[in-house]
Design a protein around this ligand. Structure first.
Ligand code: DP6
Length: 386
């Protein structure tokens, strides 16, 4: 019997991946760049146990048993097994069935990038189970495209690659988390019950119907990728923020150009966009950037010295009835009182109460980790969820 438990982080793209040139191999039409978020605030955790006594492969996700026969899970396993070095003299662990148990430490219903963390964790844990060496981002990509970027910490680029077999469509680290240590990420979880369209299906529809998508991928993204790499390298916040916001807006413009269109932003998301531009105007320089994936939640990038004031202004513009301890999660933030002037300035933007469900304050963090303490395992000695 062998058991491993790992955690893997979420990542948030600042230059978006949207559109595949190969649906089966999950090969994108453009490069993308993201930051990996600190796993202390948000992560997927996965335990995998292999045993010669297991009669079947089994899978539990967030406490529910799920069907193991899922094409993306099977593809990940098939590709991983090709990389296993088998030593004939040892018991062949490759032929044993496995039990997988995985959970997120943040609500999946919130529509946050859970599949990226989930597949990165699955592949990382399988690589530990079978002692696979070398880059595994191409394996994580087979689970979900954006998952390949969660294999590395810090600032990460997914190079689209040129090869038809996907062998060069891999993630690389551009800079470690320590490079831009005062960067903070604030996630505004928007109250919404509507289920979003799956990114996989929407992306397919964009590929077949959006005339803007090819122009974006071929002529706009390549320049943006090199500008973004330079902005990150130079820690040029204003440049970084400008590119991040423009790219998020362009991605949602492509969604509108998709036919029929897919709407991910809602009224609250749009109010947050307006608010960020007002806030930057008020500061007379770009201090905050927003970005949105396939859902209404805003992900804000800002530097540490702005966080207290920004949260105080957000509280003014998006007031809540919730208690602060439950409402603001993650890295502790000092509370400050806004001056009458500042309150006055934002009073015209004030919204009705409780448009935001809660806020997560986090930062750029490390890649996946294996947990050595056996108390961390999600499966008991019989291979069943604890
Ligand atoms: C909007 O990685 O979820 O978050 O490869 O089909 O699983 P599949 O799609 P997925 O798409 C994520 C798209 C995005 C932008 C991004 O993360 O770059």
């Amino acid at each position: 019997m062998k058991i491993v438990t790992c955690i893997a982080p979420v990542n948030i793209a600042v230059i978006k991946y949207w559109g595949k040139r190969d649906n089966e191999l999950i090969l994108p039409i453009n490069d993308s760049i993201s930051s990996t978020l600190d796993a202390n605030q948000m992560c997927a955790k996965t335990t995998i146990m292999a045993s010669p006594n297991f009669l079947d492969n089994k899978l539990w996700l967030n406490g529910q048993e799920e069907n193991f026969d899922q094409p993306r899970l099977k593809n990940c396993l098939k590709e991983i097994k090709k990389r296993i070095y088998t030593d004939e003299s040892k018991e062949n662990i490759v032929n044993w069935n496995i039990h997988i148990c995985s959970e997120n430490n943040f609500p999946t219903a919130a529509g946050l990038a859970s599949s990226a963390a989930g597949y990165a964790c699955l592949v990382f844990a399988l690589a530990k189970l079978y002692n696979i060496e070398g880059d595994i981002s191409g394996l994580a990509r087979r689970g979900s495209g954006s998952a390949c970027r969660s294999i590395y910490g810090g600032w990460v680029k997914w190079c689209k690659g040129e090869a038809a077999d996907g062998s060069d469509s891999l993630a690389v680290q551009l800079a470690p988390p320590s490079h831009w240590a005062d960067m903070r990420v604030i996630i505004l979880v928007v109250n919404e019950s509507r289920k979003k369209h799956s990114s996989t299906n929407a992306m397919k529809t964009s590929m077949s119907t959006s005339t803007l998508l090819t122009t974006r991928a071929e002529t706009i993204v390549p320049a943006r990728i090199s500008d973004m790499e330079a902005a990150i390298k130079a820690k040029d916040f204003a440049k970084f923020a400008d590119l991040t916001m423009r790219d998020s807006n362009q991605f949602h413009a492509i969604c509108l150009d998709t036919y029929p269109p897919c709407f991910y932003l809602n009224e609250v998301s749009r109010s947050i966009i307006e608010f960020v531009h007002e806030y930057n105007d008020f500061k007379e320089s770009t201090q905050v950037a927003y970005t949105y994936d396939a859902g209404p939640n805003a992900c804000l990038y800002t530097l540490e010295n702005n966080v207290s004031e920004l949260l105080a202004v957000i509280d003014e513009v998006f007031p809540t009835n919730a208690a602060r301890e439950e409402y603001i999660k993650g890295i502790p933030v000092k509370t400050i009182q806004l001056s009458q002037d500042v309150r006055q300035k934002f009073s015209s933007l004030k919204n009705s109460r409780d448009l935001l469900k809660y806020i997560i304050v986090t930062k750029v963090g490390e890649g996946p980790q294996m947990l050595s303490n056996t108390s961390e395992h999600l499966l008991n000695e019989n291979g069943l969820p604890k």
